[in-house]
Ligand binder design. Structure first.
Ligand code: 13P
Length: 265
């Protein structure tokens, strides 16, 4: 888990969100990840294709790149129209799933029901029970950031509160990666400064130390997401509590993504 310098093994994810529009673009997008092969001994890499495309692309990445669906059900299979179960994800041979992205927590700008902290906890429990690993996203909207750093930290603590008992019972805490993504920095080109990212990451790590113990705080990886690009990756990743990046737009570009990973390790 640890690598030279005492930090945790970096983890970089590419979230394609609801892209691309055509299945015929998938081959090229998958090939884009070939460039990450030289870095896989030093860095974990995952990609989150749209749910419709997961099964089409899952075997098409350079070996070692994990495919992590962008969402999952809260239970097994059954009468859950429109859902995608952890059991089905597992059956496809996938080991990771991402949940709690802000775009599912009510940030579409439409009156779609927001996924709650309680729902996230239900999903996480089921994911872990089924033996999968989880990238668990949190992050504050602009309205909270504007209230100041104490409000930001309180919001992050609140988004984690429901999963504390689950993490407590989990033996291998590295099975959960926390992705801190300030909503105001997503897709806006407005990145949190390295200091802003570090401030929140350090808070989360201290919170883990208080809730659990120093070993847990040391083991859990915390990714930063929000307008990460090759030219800001190095500074963000050089922060002591930033263990990787969760990348949206730039993950759809070949050279940009491998360059970003090169700059992240
Ligand atoms: P951008 O990198 O496009 O800002 O998206 C970040 C994100 O939401 C990744 O999940």
């Amino acid at each position: 888990m640890s690598h030279a310098g005492g930090k945790r093994r970096p983890i970089v994810g590419g979230n394609w969100k609801c892209n691309p529009a055509t299945a015929s673009s998938l081959d090229e997008l998958c090939r884009n990840f070939d460039g990450v092969a030289p870095y896989l001994d030093k860095c974990d890499v995952y990609v989150c294709p749209s749910n419709l495309h997961v099964a089409l692309v899952k075997d098409n990445f350079t070996p070692g790149v994990h495919v992590a669906p962008q969402n999952c059900n809260f239970k097994g299979c059954g009468a859950y129209t429109g859902e995608m179960s952890v059991d089905q994800i597992q059956d496809l041979g996938l080991g990771w799933v991402l949940i709690g992205h802000s775009e599912r927590r009510g940030e579409f700008g439409l009156p779609t029901p927001a996924e709650s902290n309680q729902l996230m906890a239900t999903k996480l429990q089921y994911i872990l029970d089924q033996g999968l690993n989880c990238v668990f996203c949190i992050g504050e909207p602009l309205s909270i950031r504007q209230k100041g750093i104490q409000a930001v930290l309180a919001e992050c603590a609140d988004q984690l509160a429901d999963i504390v008992p689950i993490l407590r019972a989990l033996q291998d805490k590295s099975r959960v990666v926390i992705a801190y993504e300030p909503v105001w920095a997503i897709g806006t080109g407005k990145t949190a400064t390295a200091e802003q990212a570090q401030e929140v990451h350090a808070f989360i790590r201290n919170l883990l130390a208080d809730l659990f113990d120093a070993d847990t705080a040391k083991a859990v990886r915390i990714q930063y997401g929000g307008s990460v690009k090759p030219d800001n990756a190095r500074e963000l990743m050089s922060q002591p509590d930033v263990d990787g990046a969760l990348v949206g737009g730039a993950s759809l570009d070949v050279r940009v993504f491998s360059e970003l990973i090169k700059n992240s390790i």
